[in-house]
Design a protein. Structure first.
Length: 363
């Protein structure tokens, strides 16, 4: 591919899983355009995920969520400053990997002559297509988000995909996990299973009681130490799990996103729902068992091997709703502790086979 000194802007504001899904796009763009200037505009609260990425020349943090909730002079000044900064960069290309009205507006705000976006029918908000003047081909609804993001590179011509998920962090962000492990040295005497019960949608939540029962079985029958991890507003959930368990467990400390990555790297297994921690863990190569309800694991799940997605297919699956239109949570309630435990046993067996295979490759 042509490697002229061009300036590219990736537009992917949030959230954790969506940003992880866009990492192969960045890796592929850099591989095919090694001399280009590449920037990424992102919601300020998620910049930890990419601020140390060597493929980026610049991270541009913004506060669109704050702007939307606080329409005041401060917000307007920040918007104007962001517009000025983007204009001054004189980007040749923008890539809107979100497909929202606000991300389309950001693309138009740059003044870039080439603004790539999704096919109208692949946009989360169809008006987004109006802001962009280059569009990828339509991909079926079940196509994985990673593939959908990569498809935008077709507007630049042929390209060689690099499906890699790099989430480097600073050495200082490892300190809290190292200190926690040192203070709780018994935790690391066995393989560590991280359990994270939180999720962005109420409809993605599995019951606290079932998580506690599963955690006990992971300890008693599979020999794991259990570490309960949590994000903002979720500490009470993990404390309730710990209180409901018969076996010992550990509760992770409060962390930033970068610090949590240091902690997740210590895990031998992750259990949770379609959430930010789940996406970070599979991207790090941690084996995962995930429980799914309103969202589709074939579209949004782990984009690699060594993962088990557990779901109960209903006529209304997968609705993508934050609140169940039927007033129930049947898709999650139908998933039993036994379902999740069996998936964990299957995963553990497959993981052992993979390790043995990597140590004794066939010729």
């Amino acid at each position: 591919m042509n490697s002229l000194k061009q300036k590219f802007l990736i537009i992917k504001l949030s959230s954790i899983g969506d940003i992880v899904h866009a990492l192969p796009f960045l890796r592929t763009l850099r591989t095919n355009h090694p001399n280009a200037y590449i920037a990424w505009i992102i919601e300020e609260s998620f910049q930890d995920l990419i601020k140390c990425n060597p493929d980026l020349d610049e991270v541009i943090p913004v506060r669109t969520k704050y702007w939307r909730k606080n329409l005041n002079t401060k917000s307007w000044n920040e918007i104007c400053q962001t517009r000025k900064l983007l204009k001054e960069h004189r980007f040749d290309w923008t890539f809107d990997l979100q497909g929202l009205i606000k991300t389309g507006f950001i693309a138009r705000m740059t003044g870039a002559p080439n603004r790539a976006g999704f096919h109208r029918d692949n946009c989360r908000e169809k008006i987004n297509a109006w802001f962009n003047n280059k569009h990828s081909q339509y991909l079926s609804a079940g196509k994985h988000i990673v593939d959908r993001c990569l498809s935008q590179l077709s507007v630049l011509g042929d390209f060689h995909s690099q499906v890699e998920f790099s989430i480097p962090i600073r050495a200082e962000d490892e300190h809290i996990s190292e200190a926690f492990m040192k203070e709780n040295n018994k935790l690391a005497e066995k393989p560590i299973a991280g359990i994270n019960p939180g999720a962005g949608f109420p409809t993605k939540l599995w019951s606290i009681e079932r998580y506690a029962q599963l955690a006990d079985r992971l300890t008693e029958e599979l020999g794991f130490s259990v570490l309960l991890t949590w994000g903002p507003g979720e500490e009470e959930m993990v404390r309730n799990i710990a209180d409901s368990m018969k076996q010992q467990s550990w509760i992770a400390p409060a962390t930033t996103i970068a610090e949590s990555i240091g902690l997740y790297k210590k895990l031998s297994l992750f259990v949770g729902s379609d959430s930010g921690p789940f996406h970070i863990c599979w991207a790090l190569g941690v084996p995962t068992v995930s429980v799914w309800g309103p969202t589709d694991p074939n579209r949004n799940g782990a984009y690699s091997k060594n993962h088990e997605a557990v779901f109960h297919k209903l006529n209304c699956s997968f609705c993508w709703k934050r609140q169940c239109p039927l007033g129930t949570t049947e898709c999650m309630d139908k998933i039993t502790v036994q379902n999740m435990f069996e998936a964990t046993k299957t995963l553990a067996s497959e993981h052992v086979k993979m390790v043995i295979s990597s140590q004794h490759p066939t010729h």
